[in-house]
Write a protein that binds this ligand. Structure first.
Ligand code: NAD
Ligand code: MLT
Length: 528
């Protein structure tokens, strides 16, 4: 199988060696495409690799009819329409920690340059001005650095600032007083941070909640003469409010690596002598660019070859040890979902997935996604995959519950999937039998032992002499060979089932004839 890969932003050539080395990968590097040209060409590609420049909009994603994976060589994914990618079942991966160190170092470089007016002084000197009076700076020692967003980069910046003997106060919704103490920083609310700080640095992602988190009201609460650093994302700070706060003298200076609109060459903030800036260089080091390109290239290759990724953005990632335990069940649980899809009429309203035994102690969310994928795939088609199964279940309004119990009725692990529709509740349970592979062990309340593959026929009947014979004769008439057959009953003469594996699909007309047979109440074909 050959895969076409498009790299549309400049990536480290050394970093993309996993792609260059992989067999069957055709790589096109074109970093000058306009959005229109990208839209015209994207349909040819299985994977798209970008940095922050290419805007991967809904329109691009919808034109990417062959796209399976989008790789972001960096952290921020705000240039990718994640909702559109998820809806289309396209996995998005990033390189979350490859540039942490570079971005933290750049932040400290900007902070020190800001405190000591280094770029302005250098600029004057270049213009042949020996000016020692205009560029008197301030020390950072014993000053307070306010960190908004104490994730990977924020924490690295905090550690380095402490090395400069600064006091650090941080706000992050996931920060607890205990974690702050461990990191040696003061814990505060956003208000505490902006009120206490002499320097403020932001390190959040750009989200609905963080857009303009530093705005006019926030500037008003700050200390006079505060200095601001943004090496995270343009838009976290309201640029108009920052401009006004500098002009009014409230803010003494700002160091910016990122802007609300990028790229640009003419920006109002740059007319102010108190502002120093770099053109989004936080991650621009040889080391970071190589690591992020290696990370996404590895994920693209392993996803297209084996369906496995290390750094998914629109799927929760699974630690290696957990994956080793749950991976053998992926196929079984998807088959349980497909089985129920064929068995039920009407729209599923609720799906209850019960994990019994060993599986009850681990994170089984990827298994549940596979169950939902199996359930929806036969109704909605092949475009349903791990990435969009939950999205489509939510869209339809299906409630998915995950239940766990340590009791597995003698099995190491047992998975039961139950589907409720407006008119019925059906369930099926299965396990992995040591050395024998996946088995379906229960359908509704009947015990069976079926390999979940190929064509199956599930028949409900009355436990009466002749019922089995009539089914066999009818199938023979349809040219359908029976490979295996099991029967089960609730009581002598009561409700009973037949579970047959057959060599070919039974057509609808055959099913109708089966349902007309004496003592047969229902018949369903299941194709796994
Ligand atoms: P991260 O996910 O490790 O950390 C982000 C932190 O922000 C998390 O701890 C999160 O809890 C916190 N957060 C979320 N919402 C918040 C809110 N409302 N208020 C306060 N904190 C909030 O990410 P990271 O790797 O540290 O990256 C941080 C930022 O830096 C991102 O925006 C990323 O895109 C950007 N970045 C920029 C460059 C560059 O070249 N300038 C390079 C790398 C990363
Ligand atoms: C990132 O989010 O990783 C950065 O913006 C770095 C980049 O892509 O240049």
């Amino acid at each position: 199988m050959a895969y076409n890969i498009l790299i549309s932003d400049p990536l480290s050539e050394d970093g993309i060696y996993p792609l260059r080395q992989a067999e069957g990968f055709n790589i096109v590097v074109d970093t000058d495409l306009t959005p229109e040209q990208l839209g015209e060409r994207i349909g040819e590609f299985d994977a798209l690799l970008v940095r922050s420049q290419t805007q991967v909009t809904r329109e691009i994603i919808e034109k990417g009819t062959n796209l399976k994976i989008i790789g972001r060589a960096g952290v921020g994914v705000d240039n990718i329409d994640l909702t559109a990618a998820t809806e289309r079942g396209i996995i998005v991966v990033n390189a979350p920690d490859g540039n942490t160190n570079s971005a933290a170092e750049h932040t400290i470089a900007m902070l020190m340059s800001l405190a000591r007016n280094i770029p302005q002084a250098f600029h004057a000197l270049k213009n042949q001005k020996w000016d020692r009076k205009s560029f008197i700076g301030v020390e950072v020692k014993n000053k307070t650095l306010g960190v908004v967003g104490l994730g990977r980069i924020g924490a690295e910046v905090a550690a380095r600032a402490k090395g400069q003997r600064m006091n650090v106060i941080a706000y992050d919704p996931f920060l607890t007083p205990e974690k702050a103490e461990k990191l040696g920083v003061q814990f505060g609310t956003i208000e505490d941070v902006i009120k206490a700080a002499d320097f403020i640095t932001v390190h959040t992602p750009l989200l609905k909640e963080t857009r303009h988190i530093i705005n006019k009201e926030a500037f008003e609460k700050m200390k006079d003469g505060v200095q601001i650093v943004n090496c995270a994302r343009g838009g976290i700070i309201d640029e108009d409010a920052l401009y006004d706060a500098i002009v009014s003298g409230k803010v003494a200076g700002a160091a910016l690596d990122v802007f609300e609109e990028e790229p640009f060459v003419d920006h109002r903030l740059l007319t102010l002598p108190q502002v120093i800036a770099t053109p989004h260089l936080g991650a621009s080091t040889v080391e970071a660019q190589e690591i992020v390109a290696i990370d996404v290239s590895h994920d693209v290759v392993s996803f297209l070859k084996d369906g496995v990724v290390k750094n998914p953005v629109n799927l929760s990632s699974v630690p290696k040890d957990v994956l080793a335990k749950i991976e053998p069940y992926f196929n079984l649980v998807e088959k349980l979902g497909s089985f129920l899809s064929d068995l039920t009429d009407g729209v599923p309203e609720e799906v209850n997935i019960t994990y019994s035994g060993e599986l009850s102690n681990i994170d089984v969310r990827p298994l549940s996604r596979n169950a939902v994928k199996g359930l929806l795939k036969s109704k909605l088609g092949e475009s349903i995959n791990d990435v969009n199964a939950k999205f489509h279940a939510d869209r339809i309004g299906i409630i998915v519950n995950e239940l766990k119990t340590t009791k597995a009725k003698g099995f190491t692990s047992l998975i039961t999937v139950e589907v409720k529709t407006a008119s019925a509740t059906r369930k099926v349970a299965g396990t992995l039998l040591n050395g024998l592979g996946p088995r379906i062990l229960r359908v509704d309340d009947f015990i069976v032992d079926v390999v979940p593959e190929g064509h199956l026929l599930f028949i409900r009947h009355k436990d009466q002499p002749g019922a089995i014979g009539r089914v066999g004769t009818l199938l023979a008439g349809e040219g359908v060979n029976i490979a295996t057959m099991q029967v089960g009953r609730s009581e002598v003469g009561g409700d009973a089932i037949m579970m047959l594996s057959i060599d070919k699909h039974v057509e609808e007309s055959g099913i109708e004839q089966l349902k007309q047979l004496e003592d047969i109440s229902d018949a369903t074909t299941i194709d796994l």
